[in-house]
Design a protein around this ligand. Structure first.
Ligand code: AMP
Ligand code: MN
Ligand code: MN
Ligand code: MN
Length: 283
């Protein structure tokens, strides 16, 4: 099979991206993407729009989402690809996963108010495209535009990560449930950006082992948040665990994302691209 420019990870205004599914589809096609997936956090509300927009620009499409999971006390992201976006169990699971975001956002704002930043809940809400999906990213955009920090990375570093005033511990979906929702809806589950988790080697091994045991299919090897060395490491993990490999930019915004749609290295050879296992699900 010829090398395919697949980009199977990005976000729209339906979660914490700044572009609509339609504008993302145009941008992906203009950047040479041949197979695309929109993977909004905990949400499939943009899937029909994205698929239609992809068809409109002559680009192949796989349905997508990125589910927030709590594993060994850390937040892990599981990308789902090629599922039925109208599947009721998947939709119910995603709605339950989104459920805690409103009260969590209030607590984030309370934490920020205590360090002299009032009105952050209302401020963040102004950046939200989907009222059910208020994320730390929306707080970060508010704090940048309010002049508190120079960019969103600085906001996360100073305010929104563990031990910082706007960090609120949260319990997301269970790994088994997230993988199960995706698989029973006909899709494939993929561990997103594995190098980004603060796991010990034992915890990481447990994540891959349990993910595989629950029916997981793949791992992101090439992503906008991996260095070349990290891609090599996770290519090895994919081989070791018998997982397919995925590739995705994790593009959120032209102003914030370092990696644009489709502009990332090819998958290393000898790995099975996850989309080859999803050939029948490609639209
Ligand atoms: P949430 O799901 O509300 O916890 O928000 C998580 C999102 O925040 C991720 O999907 C990223 O888009 C963004 N994010 C996490 N860490 C950082 C960081 N260090 N810098 C910029 N954005 C980040
Ligand atoms: Mn995000
Ligand atoms: Mn993620
Ligand atoms: Mn993402």
């Amino acid at each position: 099979m010829p090398i395919l420019n697949a980009d199977l990870h990005c976000h729209s205004v339906v979660s914490d991206g700044t572009l609509t599914p339609e504008v993302l589809a145009e941008r992906a096609a203009a950047n040479g993407v041949e197979l695309w997936a929109l993977t909004d956090h905990d949400e499939v509300g943009g899937q029909h729009r994205a698929a239609a927009a992809a068809a409109g620009v002559g680009m192949k499409y796989l349905t997508g989402t990125e589910i927030s999971v709590t594993f060994a006390g850390e937040t892990v992201h599981i990308v789902g690809l090629g599922f039925d976006p109208d599947d009721q169990r998947l939709r119910d699971g995603l709605r339950a996963t989104r459920g805690g975001r409103g009260s969590r956002a209030q607590e984030i704002a309370d934490g920020l108010a205590q360090v002299g930043i009032p009105g952050a809940y209302e401020g963040a809400l102004r950046y939200v495209g989907n009222p059910e999906l208020i994320s730390r990213t929306h707080f970060a955009r508010f704090l940048v535009d309010a002049g508190v920090c120079k960019d969103t990375s600085e906001v996360f570093r100073r305010y929104l990560t563990e031990g910082k005033p706007g960090f609120v511990p949260h319990r997301w979906a269970a790994l088994r449930d997230a993988v199960g929702w995706i698989v029973q809806a006909g899709g494939a589950a993929v561990i997103a950006h594995p190098a980004r988790y603060k796991f010990t080697a034992n915890e990481e091994y447990a994540l891959f082992t349990e993910f595989k045991a629950h029916g997981g299919t793949g791992v992101e090897v090439v992503t906008g948040s991996h260095t070349a060395a990290e891609a090599v490491k996770y290519a090895g993990m994919a081989r070791e665990f018998g997982l397919a490999a995925s590739r995705g930019s994790d593009f959120h915004s032209p102003d914030e994302s370092h990696t644009d749609l489709g502009k990332l290295p090819w998958l290393p050879g000898e790995l099975t691209p996850v989309w080859e296992l999803l050939a029948e699900r490609i639209q």
